[in-house]
Design a protein around this ligand. Sequence first.
Ligand code: VG1
Ligand code: CO
Length: 545
Amino acid sequence: MNVSATGKMKIDCPPFLDQRPGTSGLRKKVARFQEPHYLAMFVQAIFEGVGNLKGSTIALGGDGRFFNREASAIILRMAAAHGIAKVVVGKGGLLSTPAVSNIIRARQLRGGIILSASHNPGGPDGDFGIKYNVANGGPAPEAVTEAIFARSKTLTGYEILDESAGTIDLDRVGSQKLGAMSVEIVDSVADYAALMERLFDFERMRGWLRGNDLLFDAMHAVTGPYAEEILVKRLGAPRAALINAVPKPDFGHHHPDPNPAHAEELMARLWAADAPALGAASDGDGDRNMILGPKLAVTPSDSLAVLAANATLIPAFAKGIKGVARSMPTSRAADVVAAELGIESFETPTGWKFFGNLLDAGRVTLCGEESYGTGSDHVREKDGLWAVLFWLNLLAATGKSVPEIMAAHWQRFGRHYYSRHDYEALDSARANDIMNGLRQRLADLQGRGGIDLADDFRYQDPIDQSVSEKQGVRLVFGNGGRLVLRLSGTGTEGATLRLYIEKFVARTGALGLDAQAALADLIADAETIIGIKKLSGRTRPDVVT
Ligand code: VG1
Ligand code: CO
């Protein structure tokens, strides 16, 4: 170690070899991130892998999970040592992922660092994560994450300011200095709330909230303060419309994952006799959403299709939408709407980073993923509260209920019954064997047993022509059925296999069935063809959504 007159230290350290970013940033157990130099070495890999950050301004914020503050302090001292000119930080180190995206875009920053493992559990025994967003406000594309990974394997150390350079008070809004670097602490919510007011008809939504109940579950994660400002202060919902609205470092011991399996309290309220008209939840870093009506959970793939079909009722999209994109495992419900509207539709690999080019090129306006992610060109991330406001605006504009909107949608377009079955924490070698075994049989499967297409999804980006291989196996049946199998890229324990099951029923068919019942035959076929249970030794999936 050597300390210069400016307090800059070079810390020598051999590289860590497990820092390849996954679907959305680097995620590891908190304990791994707390190991000496682990976080710092990855941050150094970001600075060097991204490559053009000296003299620039970047954003920094996180979802408030355990280790958020300590990590923020380390990153600020490293940013100063690296020669970054200024960092814009959310108060208390808090910013939702879409809020970071907005700040980068609105202030034309070079990029931003987000501290989050999103929907993964937090706390000392939970997960931590770090992701880098580029100048368009979106997640770093694969070329950048691969450059970061390559750099992480050859680093010999990192640079950081000595503590004598001072510390930043994360809770004091305003300008501060760290060495030669400026730090601006900003209100975490203000810019984002102003953006939402520009997109939606707040007057009309206020009217709807005077006669209808809303229940929003922030899952003790980052959207609590956002919901408080937007839903309560600006839209007039009562404070009781929010549950779990105070962010906690361990998310109250829960998974901050907005799905029927993890939002128990919210689900119970929506299935009760006096259920609110709209129920919703968001995840750890505020980019996911779940939408519920009385006794009805809207499938995320359907939500994208409904938003596309009704977009012109929202002020931001009054002139129509340009196109729709969905991740490959997401159901094809949105494609049907796009065809009807005469607009383009795109199928991309899993992860929001693949939507950025299409949004930047003006080819699509709305994007979605089956994993409770929906968004538009207002930022370059999926956006949880945005989706809730979209639905609220839709209910206010139509005067219809959530079940009425869904029934009308299916009667017009037909219904894509859909479910995802997750097999979590499998032995990695075994999970890879199951994937590879299926891959080897693709040529045999194609054309047999009603399967029209059996392939491993390969994506060529229509804008920059970059290619991403092996993005998941698709088995597409001629009768409207589809099975998809892929390995998760966000887990931190063993491997998680995701099986996605989809079946299309035309508008003249049975539209009101329970999804698991409607999909039962296809689920049984999946076991016959792929044999996850047989090969993994598991009797049932860990999570069904
Ligand atoms: C999962 C979802 C994917 C989503 C990603 C990040 O990835 O399936 O659709 O983009 O999480 O979401 P994977 O590789 O585990 O299937 V978030 O809200 O956790 O940043
Ligand atoms: Co998230």
